[in-house]
Write a protein that binds this ligand. Sequence first.
Ligand code: GLN
Length: 537
Amino acid sequence: MKSAKYIFVTGGVTSSLGKGIISASLAKLLQGRGFSVTIQKLDPYINVDPGTLNPYEHGECYVTEDGAETDLDLGHYERFSNTPTSQANNVTTGRIYQYVIDLERKGEFLGTTVQVIPHITDEIKRRISLLGQTGKYDFVITEIGGTVGDIESFPFIEAIRQMRWEMGQSCAVIHLTLVPYLAAAGELKTKPTQHSVKTMLEQGVQPDIIVCRTEHHLNENIRTKIAQFCNVEPMCVIESIDAESIYDVPLLMLEEKLDIEVLKKTNTPIPDTIDISRWENFLFRLKNPKRTVTVGLVGKYVELKDAYKSINESFIHGGVANDCKVIVKHIHSETITDATVEEILSDVDGVLVAPGFGARGIEGKIIAIKYARENKVPFLGICLGMQCAVIEFGRNVLDYKDANSTEMDPTTEYPVIDIMTEQKSIENKGGTMRLGSYPCRLETTSKVFELYGEENISERHRHRFEFNNSYRDAYNNHGMKTIGIYPEDDLVEIIELQNHPWFVGVQFHPEYKSTVACPHPLFVGFIEAILANKPVS
Ligand code: GLN
């Protein structure tokens, strides 16, 4: 049984400074020194989870093995640390209140007045401690979403204040701020950082370490100034300079000794060595690609790169495994028509059709798939992307006029994609899809089997609709093979087209499982197929 130490990561000045990447980088360094680490995100909003949030609001919804719909930062945690997360790793204000109110309704508070302090803060503390109490981790890193000073983050900061008071040197607080550069003055400015730390102090929390996001290097003067005004030691002022890639950040933090300062602050003996050679090797290959390919990512949220975060990162991993730089061309499916498709896809070497919900943009996706199928362009369809490939094949090869998914057209004559039986009676939207990890058995004659190298795989899901088994024989007889099946309910999980260089559709989301240490076989195989299909220039 390990007794865990707790690291809190808060943010100040603005949002989007990269607390998730700093937390994940710290985890990577601590792992490199032999510690076991998990990372948790506490989100101050009232939604019970981000599953019901529009990607325009909150980017991608990331799904864990146990089927939790979580914040996209959990994707970074897994990609960096190569350790699965779970529902316990993402808690929102909504979930905390829901739990406390349920207890109140059951009479568990025995007539006392239920209040933010202590009831909500106690529940926050319990959720933080749960991961530590598993006995699996040396460190639990807890990232607090939002920015200090926000009304909704008060109870979280108060919970941290109490935990520090109760646990002393078993806790450390890292505060991430922005040190802006004023071009007119030619200077970096520390005042926003000072104010942000003051806000923390008003709430009773003195940060131990200040990580300063900056566009320019911090000189000694600036470091000393921040140290003096914010009551931290000069070596605890850590520079986080803008980097070419998020994958540079662990090494930048190593240079700045973030891990060493955390170990010192938590009174942890510092191991002499650190092993992050695999990470360094990945970074070297990332920066020295031998070839370049362009993939068209056809989706409906293209103006928003966070909406397809895990897919973009999986392309980086799959590219590096092939020593190949992958340029992802984001294509708005609503711009694709029979008239425009050729021009839009003329410069891409492969096509990925993205997951999604609802009818908007679906016809463009189907046209893009037809183009990839007929022109033998390597294709990967994920979830809705796989469903669209089935619809396209139905309409254009099997001659099923206006074939569709009942999600888009409930009265279609050819419902080749239909709602899953167990979904029919569900009315609540949150957390009710087929979510998380399910097994799948592969046909051993398939290309996909060769990539995985095993017959029984397990992948993560997030859907309500499925391939309609009444059409299975027709598809198989005409060359769209159903080569991956969820054995318990006989659901189609994977389709593969014959007589095509590489055309694969998956009902699950491979992008959630791709990490730096273990790039996903489907992304590795997709890039490999694109390279094989593309003449060397
Ligand atoms: N809307 C489809 C379904 O619910 C696909 C979901 C997805 O792409 N994640 O089945």
